[in-house]
Design a protein around this ligand. Structure first.
Ligand code: AMP
Ligand code: MN
Ligand code: MN
Ligand code: MN
Length: 279
């Protein structure tokens, strides 16, 4: 049996719903054998998660999911796996990206006000676990609470996705920054959920080529937000570029995720799993 590795998920340290130790307990209960916690732009949950994983005898990988801007205002996520959470360059870089989130949230709230969603900044803050990091997911929970729509996904469809009234452009890190911070911290850089980006074929190829040239090594072939066709497509990408393949649920919390921790299909046999370097 292949290892049940889940190398992408979130806790309340970013925009997940569960504390880090609870994420680990749930993963263990679901049969996960190797887990990476990959909070957005933040490593503050890793110590708690690792301690719980050690107690349970679950193999734990220190991770992070870094927000970058690429090309024409495309937001792309780069997962770092096996990073040293104490690395000064990584910590400084993540601190810098997080610091832009407050002013972005204020601009989002001003746009939402114009379409009749009032006091969204204060409302979103009630859902924030870590005061340093306010995300669109926290706004989405508040907008559902106010009864504007039924669930988080439809909030994105109506207000928060690119092109919708509450979306504001924002400069995240660069691809070069993110890969540099991850590799500098001893980690492996992986392109997260590649099927979610609205890139032309040429743009996509350019992004993967740049990523590889910068020292990027992997791609999420299996993600909670990707289907079987996507998996086949990104398996081809992995073969073409010689990338290792990753597998991650992108779990955020019960009732708010595509799939639960550890509930993913297996990677195609011919691909090299990223976790081969840690077993
Ligand atoms: P941010 O980093 O503040 O731009 O927030 C992005 C987060 O919003 C993602 O990590 C997801 O947790 C959530 N998100 C983005 N798009 C969607 C969507 N279509 N449905 C549900 N959640 C989404
Ligand atoms: Mn998220
Ligand atoms: Mn992501
Ligand atoms: Mn994620």
């Amino acid at each position: 049996m292949p290892l049940n590795a889940d190398l992408h998920c979130h806790s309340i340290v970013s925009d997940g719903l569960l504390p880090p130790a609870e994420v680990v307990r749930r993963a263990h209960a679901n049969g996960v054998e190797m887990l990476a916690l990959t909070d957005h732009d933040e490593t503050g949950g890793l110590a708690e998660a690792r301690a719980e994983a050690d107690t349970l005898g679950l193999r734990f990988i220190d991770g992070v999911e870094i927000s970058i801007s690429w090309g024409d205002d495309q937001t792309v996520h780069i997962v770092g796996l096996g990073v040293d959470p104490a690395n000064a360059g990584l910590l400084a870089g993540l601190h810098h990206i997080r610091s832009g989130r407050d002013s972005r949230a204020a601009r989002m709230a001003a746009e939402l006000e114009k379409v009749g969603i009032h006091d969204a900044y204060e409302g979103a803050l009630k859902y924030v676990g870590n005061p340093a990091l306010i995300s669109r997911a926290h706004f989405a929970r508040f907008i559902v609470e106010k009864g504007h729509t039924k669930d988080v996904k439809s909030v994105f469809d109506h207000w928060l996705a690119k092109g919708k009234p509450g979306y504001v452009e924002h400069a995240w890190a660069t691809l070069s920054d993110a890969v540099g911070w991850i590799v500098g911290a001893g980690g492996t850089a992986v392109v997260a959920h590649p099927a979610r980006y609205r890139l032309s074929r040429a743009e996509r190829d350019q992004m993967f080529a740049e990523f590889k040239a910068l020292g990027g090594e992997g791609v999420e072939v299996l993600s909670g937000s990707q289907n079987a066709d996507d998996a086949a497509e990104y398996a081809r990408v992995a073969r073409h570029y010689g990338f290792v393949a990753s597998r991650g649920s992108d779990f955020h919390g019960p009732g708010e995720s595509w799939i639960d921790l550890g509930k993913l299909p297996n990677l195609p046999d011919d691909l090299t799993p990223v976790w081969a370097r840690w077993v």
